[in-house]
Design a protein around this ligand. Structure first.
Ligand code: ATP
Length: 361
């Protein structure tokens, strides 16, 4: 293979901040990305994912902190001096240039010899499997093909780092799955280092070696997909990892990491993910999969069913409690909307977080 990405050991964000007037879009974001890693930046809309990526790319100046490529400081360099490959949501292809010309554009701008451009463009075309489409204009390609051109264009310049901002969000569900696998294949085949922005939890879990969860411009948690899925350390991260039931209660007792909460008069046991104190407010986070319609008793809450949907092997329902808590649960049997039932979860599947202090991030 002639495409050889520039080598380095790590990219380091050191307490990077970015303000827009009074808004702190990024606050002291620190992160080290090792060569060859696939990092997903994950979080809800407005949490600062694109701002982080744009600061790394050089499209936005940082207002505090620094970005390093090994021992070279790069946040002071212009985007073209950093030479990172970028893939955007909207592809940003030149409409009047064909596939070959779009992919070769960056090399041409760098004044590379024609023979080298031809060779590298050929290789990039074959890597993204666009053989036969070389002479088409972007308008004659499908969304997935255009996204492949955008990826080829980013990697053909042999960047040390590939930055992708929600690259699949304009594709339909089936194509998204296909392109997801393609992006990982290309990353592996090239030995690339990738930072990938997404708000899609599944995409991050399936693609990334490590996930960085952002909220309000702050890094909440960094970990492998399994670490984040099994052991979120923060309420926001749990929400984002699919713990859709958030039950507010009061701590009755806690010992050795096990907590007993009073939730609307019912006793709910769980595992402490943060320090809690007796008598204080706390949240129990439970995945819909772990909250099951069943008998009254310990760890069970009385609710009224709102909706119920058949999902093949079982049912998924929504319900509310008399105190106004909302629930998503699963059930082996169909339960009629309006009927009173009990929902229960095993202690080991309930995560307990302290109530966030108002005004504290
Ligand atoms: P999304 O998933 O919706 O794209 P995001 O996590 O990528 O969201 P950013 O685009 O990084 O979020 O925005 C972070 C915060 O900074 C938001 O509150 C946003 O409104 C603000 N922001 C972003 N760009 C600007 C700008 N050019 N001027 C002012 N505020 C901005």
């Amino acid at each position: 293979m002639t495409i050889a990405l520039s080598q380095f050991n790590e990219v380091r964000l050191d307490r990077v901040s970015r303000d827009f007037g009074a808004l702190n879009a990024l606050r002291d974001v620190s992160l080290t990305v090792q060569r060859g890693e696939f990092i997903a930046l994950l979080g809800p809309s407005g949490c600062g994912k694109s701002t982080t990526l744009n600061c790394v790319a050089g499209l936005l100046p940082v207002t505090g902190g620094a970005i390093w490529l090994d021992k070279s400081r790069v946040d002071t360099l212009r985007p073209e001096e950093r030479g990172f490959g970028m893939v955007f949501q909207n592809y940003a292809l030149f409409p009047h240039l064909n596939v070959r010309q779009n992919i070769g554009f960056g090399l041409k701008m760098r004044g590379r010899p024609k023979a080298e451009i031809d060779r590298k463009v050929d290789e990039a075309i074959s890597l993204v499997r666009l053989g036969g489409q070389e002479n088409k204009l972007p308008g004659q390609l499908s969304g997935g093909q255009q996204q492949r051109v955008a990826i080829a264009r980013a990697i053909v310049i042999e960047p040390p780092l590939v930055l992708m901002d929600e690259p699949l969000s304009n594709l339909d569900a089936k194509l998204r799955l296909e392109m997801r696998a393609e992006i990982r294949r290309i990353h592996n085949q090239l030995g690339a280092t990738t930072i990938y922005v997404t708000h899609d939890q599944d995409e991050a879990l399936s693609l990334a070696d490590r996930i960085v969860v952002l909220k309000d411009g702050i890094v909440r948690q960094v970990g492998t997909p399994k670490e984040l899925y099994d052991a979120p350390t923060h309420l926001d991260v749990a929400d984002f990892m699919g713990f859709r039931n958030r039950l507010k209660g009061r701590v009755i007792s806690h010992e050795n990491g096990r907590v007993l909460l009073d939730v609307e008069g019912a006793q709910i046991g769980g595992m402490a993910r943060e320090r809690v104190s007796t008598g204080s407010s706390a949240y129990a986070s439970i995945r819909p999969d772990d909250l099951v319609a069943g008998e009254p008793g310990p760890n069970a809450l009385a609710v009224t069913v709102d909706t119920i949907e058949y999902r093949g092997r079982e049912f998924v329902g929504t319900a509310h409690s008399k105190g106004g808590l909302d629930f998503v649960f699963r059930s082996h049997q169909e339960v009629a909307p309006g009927s009173p039932i009990h929902l229960r979860a095993d202690d080991s599947r309930v995560l307990v977080f302290a109530e966030p202090v108002q005004g504290r991030a």
